[in-house]
Design a protein around this ligand. Structure first.
Ligand code: ZN
Length: 197
């Protein structure tokens, strides 16, 4: 009997160590005031928090998530290591329209550096980037993407002119009620959450 409980205990801790997050704890982390509107917006698309590949596949199969193209007029998608190239339809359309307008205004393109992340992806990311959020993020619902402001036209450098143009575009879309955005200095990107407009 004692042996059996030991086996149970061992398999339990093994099972526990397989999961790198605890959903209850993750959901309990209070978002900052600045971030709250992002979360509420991302949660308005009727997508449950994405835990793993299976959850993403489910929404792809339902047609709720659509693939983000590697390139389109005005943007290029960076090779993604910790996120997946899928978004809810409205988020993809918004990205493409913003990029298209950026190309018209500047004859340049911006680079999308991150798209949709599951909680498992987020754990892997946290191992390399301790700044990665402990709690939930709008990336966990398929409604957010990051735009780098140091990689315009695939050139790793500061470009004040293009950065200003991107800033203007983001502000315009925000004022139209289509997005929320935050400048993330540590990652040199704009975090963009698409609203269910
Ligand atoms: Zn982000």
């Amino acid at each position: 009997m004692r042996f059996l409980s030991l086996i149970l205990l061992l398999s339990f801790s093994f099972f526990k160590s397989q999961k790198c997050y605890d959903l209850k704890t993750v959901l309990k982390v209070e978002p900052t005031e600045l971030y709250k509107p992002h979360l509420l917006a991302s949660q308005s698309f009727n997508v449950n928090i994405l835990e793993n590949t299976k959850s993403v596949d489910k929404y792809i199969a339902k047609g709720k998530f659509v693939k983000v193209k590697k390139k389109s007029r005005g943007y290029r998608l960076q090779a993604l290591e910790y996120s997946r190239p899928y978004l809810v339809k409205k988020a993809r359309t918004t990205l493409e329209r913003m990029a298209n307008q950026f190309a018209t205004n500047t004859k340049s393109f911006f680079v999308v550096s991150s798209v949709t992340r599951t909680l498992e992806d987020q754990c892997r990311l946290r191992k390399v980037n301790s700044n990665a959020s402990l709690g939930i993020s709008s990336h966990n619902y398929g409604a957010a993407f990051d735009i780098s402001y140091v990689r315009f036209d695939h050139q790793l450098k500061v470009n004040p002119k293009l950065e200003k143009e991107l800033g203007k575009l983001l502000e315009q879309y925000k004022n139209l009620g289509k997005i929320f955005y935050i400048k993330e200095k540590q990652q040199s990107c704009y975090h963009v959450t698409v609203r269910n407009y």
